[in-house]
Ligand binder design. Structure first.
Ligand SMILES: C[S@@+](CC[C@H](N)C(=O)[O-])C[C@H]1O[C@@H](n2cnc3c(N)ncnc32)[C@H](O)[C@@H]1O
Length: 228
């Protein structure tokens, strides 16, 4: 089975993951890959909707893996059994990932592989404010650079993690990377902020605080670009 670059990075970050839970599994591509390739010996393919779970079940049976991968109908981690080493939450909005993490009290010791589609800065802020450390983060490109995805490897380590304004835009792990995709991600973030400022300036009563914050973010991002 060949995985997309995004899914490849997710399985790379999950690595040798023992017992893994894939939340929002849809077709169960990731758990099947991890078990088939010997990275995981037991997996839970979890989804909130019965239809994706039916698809997951069919795919798991077609690969003769029903003894190693169980499907679980679950909102987030609610019905995921204990004893999971790695939790993957990928392909959904950052707000939903925050909701799933904040509703759970029993899987805090696991390694989390997170891949938010939106609200990436909000997710980083949530993680720092709730004692999680972003151990690694990379940007993955798909569709000839039209799509850029952040993939994070995260663990709960403390009550509070200290962070700067820049750490919200790019985690320290991502700041240390020198990849082409990171450069593209920074440029995209600068461009979206320039657009915001142009629109704010058109307004008769622009939000001055938001304007200043956005300008300050552009400066921080540009500095990272020149340090490449
Ligand atoms: C776009 S698919 C992502 C599939 C796969 N994880 C990936 O990254 O390619 C999102 C899946 O998340 C499921 N989902 C959305 N909210 C969820 C929640 N709170 N708990 C579990 N699954 C959820 C949806 O039903 C859908 O199957």
């Amino acid at each position: 089975m060949t995985l997309s670059p995004r899914l490849k990075k997710i399985v790379e970050f999950a690595d040798k993951c023992g017992v893994v839970a894939d939340i929002g599994t849809d077709h169960a591509l990731v758990p099947v890959y991890l078990v088939e390739n010997g990275f995981s010996n037991k997996a839970y393919a979890c989804d909130i909707r019965p239809l994706p779970l039916k698809r997951a079940d069919e795919y798991i049976s077609s690969r003769n893996l029903s003894d190693k991968i169980a499907t679980v109908l679950s909102d987030g981690l609610k019905y995921v059994p204990d004893g999971v080493d790695t939790v993957i939450i990928a392909g959904m909005g950052g707000e939903m990932i925050i909701d799933i993490l904040s509703s759970d009290n029993t899987h805090g010791n696991a390694l989390f592989v997170l891949q938010p589609m939106t609200a990436i800065n909000e997710l980083r802020l949530y993680l720092y404010s709730n004692g999680y450390t972003i151990l690694d983060e990379e940007i993955v490109s798909e569709h000839a650079d039209k799509k850029l995805y952040s993939v994070m490897k995260v663990r709960k380590t403390a009550e509070q993690t200290y962070y700067s304004e820049l750490d919200i835009l790019l985690s320290p792990a991502l700041q240390s990377k020198k990849t082409r995709e990171k450069g593209l991600y920074i440029k995209k973030n600068i461009k979206s902020r320039i657009d915001i400022i142009e629109n704010l300036k058109k307004s008769s009563s622009p939000d001055v605080e938001y304007l200043r914050k956005t300008e300050s973010e552009i400066k921080l991002l540009k500095r990272c670009l020149y340090e490449e």
